[in-house]
Design a protein around this ligand. Structure first.
Ligand SMILES: *[C@@H]1O[C@H](CO)[C@@H](O)[C@H](O)[C@H]1NC(C)=O
Ligand SMILES: *[C@@H]1O[C@H](CO)[C@@H](O)[C@H](O)[C@H]1NC(C)=O
Ligand SMILES: *[C@@H]1O[C@H](CO)[C@@H](O)[C@H](O)[C@H]1NC(C)=O
Ligand SMILES: *[C@@H]1O[C@H](CO)[C@@H](O)[C@H](O)[C@H]1NC(C)=O
Length: 417
């Protein structure tokens, strides 16, 4: 018994030493628990993917000057650097101290789950060009002017933070910037001159935007994907000049109608999502549609307040309509269905074929007189109808997401059994 006990003791002692005098370790990536370990790391020449911090938050967060700490010149092969739950505040220990690296392999710099509060110039080393800077989920409340303006970043993601305001000249304005994502913040205002002209994708979903000034969007003539879902917009912002637009999502807002010819100049437009708004305007599709301009357009008007829809003079071939979840007037709906001649989405077909899901409302006076539906009291009834249909839509597995991806990233493949 005794020798084996002794062996156990030695083993425990070794493990103890490793945690006290902890170093970075090699797993599927190189992991350094602390910035101190990172600074002491000597064998850096072959490190390609690295994490500082811990995924489960078992290390302490510290205040750090990243410009000074991230001495990246000894990491020639580093392509991805992640800093996870390791920082509780960014600091600048020396005013205007700047490190600029050229010809690094670094492509992805990702900070996740830190507490950054504010980000400004001189907070990060400049490692041009960077494919992606992700600052998702870091409790960022503000970006200072010129925060990223000198950085060459293709894809900047600031989702899941606490931003309320975007001040002009805080984002990179270099020619290489293609994607900016600001989902799930608290944005109420964006200043003009925030976004570079080269931008191709802009995601502003899940904020508190009520209004976007024309000047903010004016430079964005190259935008292909623009998403604004889950905001408080009453009106469509000005997008008419975005001739390259392919996909436009303004679902889950408070839009009641759109201006005529809004999409007139967009020859590549394939997808317009206006679902979950407050559209009552029967002319809406006439305002969206431009004859012969967008031959393969999918328009979602799901979950609005449409009782009828005018499609007179519209060439319906190759167009797809998503129409479920509107309080259609049953008489008008029957006429519309005949006119559509099968151009409704697959999901519409499934739902209208099912007898359990309400699809239209009898607004005729007999029902109202009979007390089934009190006149002028349709609103709660429509809400109830929306909820019933929503549950069924979920059950039927109707998602437009896939369709969106198809347009944006067309992939041709076959799977053979
Ligand atoms: C790295 O090298 C320095 C200087 O040679 C040394 O002090 C340090 O302990 C080394 N770090 C590790 C983790 O071996
Ligand atoms: C890095 O990789 C090269 C080639 O495989 C090898 O010769 C060298 O010893 C490695 N360096 C370190 C510090 O592991
Ligand atoms: C975290 O900080 C506390 C208090 O300063 C300290 O007692 C603890 O040992 C630290 N934990 C680690 C893993 O460094
Ligand atoms: C519908 O699409 C087909 C195939 O792309 C095309 O040949 C046809 O002209 C389109 N029809 C209309 C009305 O645009």
């Amino acid at each position: 018994m005794l020798p084996s006990l002794k062996w156990n003791f030695v083993l425990v002692f070794v493990v103890y030493l490793r945690t006290v005098n902890s170093q970075c370790r090699q797993s599927y990536i190189t992991i350094c628990d602390t910035f101190e370990d990172f600074r002491n790391l000597n064998d850096t020449e072959n490190v390609s993917d690295m994490m500082i911090g811990s995924e489960d938050g078992h290390t302490n967060m510290t205040t750090v000057d990243l410009m000074k700490t991230l001495q990246l010149n000894k990491f020639h092969k580093l392509t991805t650097l992640m800093i996870v739950r390791a920082i509780n505040q960014l600091e600048i220990t020396e005013e205007a101290y700047e490190c600029r690296y050229e010809d690094l392999s670094l492509q992805h710099l990702i900070l996740y789950g830190n507490i950054l509060k504010t980000v400004g110039p001189y907070h990060f080393p400049i490692t041009d060009p960077l494919k992606r800077l992700s600052l998702v989920n870091n409790q960022i409340e503000s970006l200072q002017e010129y925060a990223f303006v000198n950085y060459d970043i293709e894809n900047l993601d600031l989702s899941d933070n606490l931003l309320e305001l975007i001040v002009g000249s805080s984002f990179p304005l270099r020619r290489s910037t293609k994607v900016i994502t600001l989902k799930n913040n608290r944005l109420t205002h964006i200043e003009p001159e925030s976004f570079p002209e080269t931008l191709e994708t802009l995601h502003l979903d899940k904020n508190k935007l009520r209004y976007i000034q024309d000047e903010v969007l004016q430079p964005l003539i190259n935008l292909k994907v623009f998403t604004l879902s889950h905001n408080n917009l009453n009106n469509l912002p000005k997008v008419k000049h975005m001739k390259q637009l392919v996909s436009f999502d303004i679902s889950n807002n408070a839009i009641s109608t759109i201006k005529k010819d809004t999409f007139k100049n967009m020859k590549n437009l394939k997808f317009v999502d206006l679902s979950n708004n407050r559209i009552t305007d029967a002319m809406i599709f006439k305002w969206i549609y431009t004859p012969q301009k967008q031959p393969h357009l999918t328009v979602s008007l799901a979950f609005n307040r449409l009782k009828e829809l005018n499609v007179d003079g519209v060439v319906l071939q190759n167009q797809t309509f998503v129409l479920y979840g509107n309080p259609w007037d049953c008489d008008k709906w029957r006429d519309l269905k005949i006119k559509l001649g099968g151009q409704e989405s697959e999901c519409d077909k499934k739902i209208s074929a099912s007898n359990e899901v309400p699809y239209c409302i009898n607004y005729n006076t007999d029902d109202i007189a009979a007390g089934d539906i009190p006149a002028g009291m349709f609103e709660p009834y429509i809400d109830r109808m929306h909820n019933t249909i929503k549950n069924n839509v979920k059950a039927a597995g109707c998602v437009l997401q896939e369709k969106k991806y198809e347009f944006l990233f067309p992939k041709f493949y076959v799977c053979l059994a």
